[in-house]
Design a protein around this ligand. Sequence first.
Ligand SMILES: *[C@@H]1O[C@H](CO)[C@@H](O)[C@H](O)[C@H]1NC(C)=O
Ligand SMILES: *[C@@H]1O[C@H](CO)[C@@H](O)[C@H](O)[C@H]1NC(C)=O
Ligand SMILES: *[C@@H]1O[C@H](CO)[C@@H](O)[C@H](O)[C@H]1NC(C)=O
Ligand SMILES: *[C@@H]1O[C@H](CO)[C@@H](O)[C@H](O)[C@H]1NC(C)=O
Ligand SMILES: *[C@@H]1O[C@H](CO)[C@@H](O)[C@H](O)[C@H]1NC(C)=O
Length: 451
Amino acid sequence: MNVAVLLLLGLGLLEAEGRCFFNRTQEHCVCYNLSQENLGSIIQCLPASVVEFSGGDLERYIAFPISDLDPSTIEMLGSLVIKKIIFSDLLVPEILLARVLRFFSYTNVEELVFESCIFEGRGNWDEMAGQHLPILSLHFHNVTSAPLTGREWDFSRLRRWLETLQELAVTGSHVTSLPCDIGRVFRALHSLDMAQNSLGDESLMPAFCKGAFPQLQVLSLQRNNVTSYHSVCKSVQLLPELQHLDLSQNKLMADPSSSCQWPVSLRIFNLSDTGLNEVLTPLPPSLEVLDMSCNHLHAVDISLSSLKKLFLSQNMLQAVPSIRNYPMLDTLQLDNNLITELPWDEVKLLGHLQDVAAAGNPYNCSCSGAGGLQALAGMGHLGQGWPQNYMCHSPPRYQGRLVKDVPVSVLQCNSAAVIAPVCIAFALLGMAGAIYLVRSRSRLVRPCHRV
Ligand SMILES: *[C@@H]1O[C@H](CO)[C@@H](O)[C@H](O)[C@H]1NC(C)=O
Ligand SMILES: *[C@@H]1O[C@H](CO)[C@@H](O)[C@H](O)[C@H]1NC(C)=O
Ligand SMILES: *[C@@H]1O[C@H](CO)[C@@H](O)[C@H](O)[C@H]1NC(C)=O
Ligand SMILES: *[C@@H]1O[C@H](CO)[C@@H](O)[C@H](O)[C@H]1NC(C)=O
Ligand SMILES: *[C@@H]1O[C@H](CO)[C@@H](O)[C@H](O)[C@H]1NC(C)=O
């Protein structure tokens, strides 16, 4: 086999002891610390669609002669079914990467992943100028490299390829800034995942400057150093296609007065675990999915007419938000709050609601709390956790029992139907003027209004 092919397939293959393992069901082949002695074992990876090279140090091969490929090698590369290549736990000299990357233009590889790699030095990317690659998705996780700032020249050499890239992820890699010019290169990018980095409020405006990432639909800033809701809104204002924004696991603060308007295209918004005590405003007007789980919300009093999924688990809500405010809602998650009852009259209104989760709440099992839950479960709308995670906390006679096991008699629960005639009877008697009867009536009237 041609040396260049081997080098291409195995940037990481020339290390100490190791060999390749092919899992046919997963079409996944992993090569650990390949060396010249056991290089042959890479042959079994040829039918795989995912090939992973794990472990090794490529530094010694910087000066390795890499010639142009002959026609038969090019044809052979074109016939390979490999779609994704993963490099993990490797030391990658950038100079070597810059020299072999162009050979990917002969393959069908669409996805390239670097995980726990250290990129060393700076490469000369001149040979990539004007070069198109079939790679559409590029992922870096836990990598270290020379800083991105001041590398505009390198990016301009890679422009022809990068302007066709659709997905980019740079996660867990201590990134503190994204220069404006870099974003302008990624003209077709629709997903950018920057989770688990150190991007702060001040780095957002430059990153999403005018003309940067014009087609971006999905943006994750999960677990960064973002604090200002207003700054995020201001910075993403220029992303006209943005549909999905993940700000989860940042510590957000309410800005005194925020007049910023979110892109109207925004449909999915993740504010989970962001330290919220109250719902931040404004919210994007056309939201379909809103995740505010794992916060400290005491109440949620908002109205979103197109909302379909609302996630509010792990908060401090004492009541179910008014479902009338979400006419399109199909999913509602309320696990682990302080909710004592699921009001039956609200539950009856749930036109689209298919999926409710409300386990781990301190239910009051006097009539209506238990009744609403039992009715929902009866319609098959209560998800996982029913019945074992739905417990009564009060009244004392039901404490510690499952909500499912509480007998809900018509007399106790549907008090309007049963008690109304009684009330009317007493009212009539009251009008007759019997003072002691008027007193009894005031005690009994209350349930008439309750239901
Ligand atoms: C291949 O992967 C599947 C799914 O992970 C696993 O169940 C199976 O045991 C693997 N086969 C081999 C030979 O490792
Ligand atoms: C991150 O990568 C380094 C090598 O660069 C490795 O030593 C470390 O174990 C990796 N950390 C994780 C969480 O994978
Ligand atoms: C996060 O932001 C704060 C304030 O903006 C700053 O003091 C801190 O150093 C930042 N932390 C990191 C890890 O960048
Ligand atoms: C929001 O982000 C958290 C992780 O921070 C994730 O577990 C959750 O699934 C996300 N929610 C949605 C609706 O995607
Ligand atoms: C439970 O509900 C009943 C009837 O609505 C009410 O009288 C009682 O105070 C509630 N108990 C608690 C602990 O909230």
